[in-house]
Design a protein around this ligand. Structure first.
Ligand code: PGA
Length: 240
């Protein structure tokens, strides 16, 4: 059985003081589900210091596809590994939409992450316009195939995040999520964990996680509130 994973994506939020309170609460409250917080780069050292030896892993939200050199403002996979990251988000829709990240770039970042021993959490998802045009499967297949065409998925994690559900309060129904997860499952196989992301909250998490091909969640807004994040982690714990 695939182990469930709950990943928090803090996005560009936090402060040293607020992080300390949030990390303390998450460490104190998390039970037996695998969980990771993906924090802004400057807070990796703080996360590493607080979380080392606990059940909570830490990771980053992006990385460079290049190894080193003249890439002002970029951060390499080796740097993330040096700060103890286990996971790194790759190809989040905000990177694709706001920063023009292409499929090819996302695939190159995926390769760079794996090359440094990090587990990519590779994000795919369609816009509302694409869904309405009946192109959901074509879009997520294209995004995923950019990676699969080049290398094995290995122990990376896949995340389905419909763009229209991110930060909007509008979640995919459990059935909508399951349909896309089942489609993705055919391509990556039975062993790969597929997370759902997009307005997952304490109230809707259990119903989404109950779907057979949903192996956990990628949580934005609700990962900033300890009580909400912990409730989602609890919902992800397998019963019996
Ligand atoms: P949300 O974000 O939970 O705030 O919708 C999810 C994400 O962008 O990963």
């Amino acid at each position: 059985m695939r182990a469930r994973l709950v990943a928090g994506n803090w996005k560009m939020n936090g402060s040293r003081a607020a992080n300390q309170v949030l990390l303390d609460a998450v460490v104190a409250g998390v039970r037996s589900v695998e969980c990771v917080v993906c924090v802004p780069f400057p807070y990796l050292a703080q996360a590493a210091e607080r979380l080392r030896g606990t059940q909570v892993a830490w990771g980053a939200q992006n990385l460079s596809e290049h190894a080193s050199g003249a890439h002002t403002g970029e951060v390499s996979a080796a740097m993330l590994a040096e700060f103890g990251c286990r996971y790194v988000l790759v190809g989040h829709s905000e990177r694709r939409q706001l920063y023009g990240e292409t499929d090819a770039q996302a695939a190159a970042k995926f390769a760079a992450a794996q090359g440094a021993g990090l587990k990519p959490i590779f994000c795919v998802g369609e816009t509302l316009e694409q869904r309405d045009a009946g192109r959901t499967e074509a879009v997520v297949a294209r995004q995923l195939d950019a990676v699969l065409g080049k290398r094995a998925f290995g122990d990376a994690v896949l995340a389905y995040e419909p763009v229209w559900a991110i930060g909007t309060g509008r979640t995919a129904t459990p059935e909508q999520a399951q349909a896309v997860h089942a489609f993705l499952r055919q391509r990556v196989g039975a062993a790969v964990r597929i997370l759902y992301g997009g307005s997952v909250k304490a109230q809707n998490a259990a119903a989404i996680f109950a779907m057979p091909d949903v192996d956990g969640g990628l949580i934005g807004g609700a990962s900033l509130v300890a009580q909400d994040f912990l409730a989602i982690c609890a919902a992800a714990q397998r019963k019996g």
